[in-house]
Design a protein around this ligand. Structure first.
Ligand SMILES: C[S@@+](CC[C@H](N)C(=O)[O-])C[C@H]1O[C@@H](n2cnc3c(N)ncnc32)[C@H](O)[C@@H]1O
Length: 279
């Protein structure tokens, strides 16, 4: 697959780093859309276990619109493969997969977020993220905080940081490893006129001096990614800064968070547990 003059495209910077390391290649790009060059062939590896149906369709449509030969390397049933091909057959009907949906925290305005396939969450708000935003914004309001320097790691479309910012003005940094998340977060920052910057990264940031860290990590890799989040929190928070993470079951994450912080307080909200620690 990696023979010849090949450029490898990924949506997630974690995959780009892994491919570079394994195949010792420089020609790897991570971006929200396929690079528009004069390609002879686009080989698209996909399947229901690799990405959502909407993302498959969106990427397949993008590949087809490049106007070169497209080869589908489909991991899944023949029937699903044919269905995907049939859906992108007529390129006169280019579909948009952009979604808009609303979210708010108590006392704040209703914000209309934008999301794209591949970005977490697409088409809806995540209850874990919402629980985290509600707890962080409530606590910052109670403290009368203003101009807080807040790091939202695993920001997705920016739900947590931008909701907190809607009630407590913040200096925001939004980090995610997925290029589609960063694309959506940037659009949402502009929509809401927030003071914020984005970072595409799978290993946090070297920046320090944050007052608050908020993270809703994915838990599909046991706690490996949660540890990357917590390690970043410990390094980037200033003394007295506060780290908030969210999880379904506090008892699973608590011992992991205790490796990075002296104590952990659990705050229950919306069927989730927000774990709070002081730097
Ligand atoms: C559960 S989602 C949370 C999204 C958003 N904060 C919310 O609450 O709706 C986790 C996010 O973490 C991102 N992610 C996964 N691994 C990461 C890493 N190593 N560094 C930064 N972000 C990562 C995913 O791309 C995803 O957007």
């Amino acid at each position: 697959m990696l023979e010849g003059d090949t450029l490898v495209h990924t949506l997630d910077i974690y995959h780009a780093h892994a491919i570079k390391k394994k195949f010792k290649r420089d020609r790897v790009v991570c971006s929200a859309h396929l690079p528009k060059e004069n390609w002879d062939l686009v080989k698209f590896r996909t399947g229901p276990k690799l990405m959502s149906g909407e993302l498959m369709l969106d990427m397949m449509q993008e590949a087809s619109l490049l106007g070169c030969r497209v080869e589908l390397d489909f991991a899944g049933r023949e029937r699903d493969r044919n269905e995907l091909l049939a859906k992108v057959k007529d390129l006169r009907r280019v579909r948009s997969f952009r979604a808009e949906w609303e979210a708010s925290v108590p006392g704040g305005p209703v914000l209309k977020f934008v999301s794209y396939p591949g970005c977490f969450c697409h088409r809806r708000k995540d209850d874990g993220g919402l629980a985290l935003a509600e707890v962080v914004s409530r606590e910052l309001q109670e403290r009368g905080a203003n101009g807080v320097k807040l790091l939202d790691m695993g920001c997705g479309c920016g739900l947590v940081g931008l909701l907190v910012n809607s009630v407590v003005p913040c200096e925001l940094t939004l980090i995610d490893s997925h290029s589609r998340a960063i694309e959506a977060a940037e659009e949402n920052i502009a929509r809401f006129g927030a003071k914020a910057k984005t970072v595409l990264s799978d290993d946090g940031t070297g920046e320090t001096g944050f007052d608050v860290f908020a993270g809703n990590p994915p838990y599909y890799s046991d706690y490996r990614i949660a540890e990357v989040f917590l390690d970043t929190a410990r390094r980037c928070l200033k003394p007295g800064g506060v780290c908030y993470t969210v999880v379904k079951n506090a008892e699973n994450l608590r011992p992991v968070q205790e490796k990075y912080f002296d104590s952990v307080e659990v705050i229950h909200r919306r069927g989730y547990a927000v774990l709070k620690s002081h730097a």
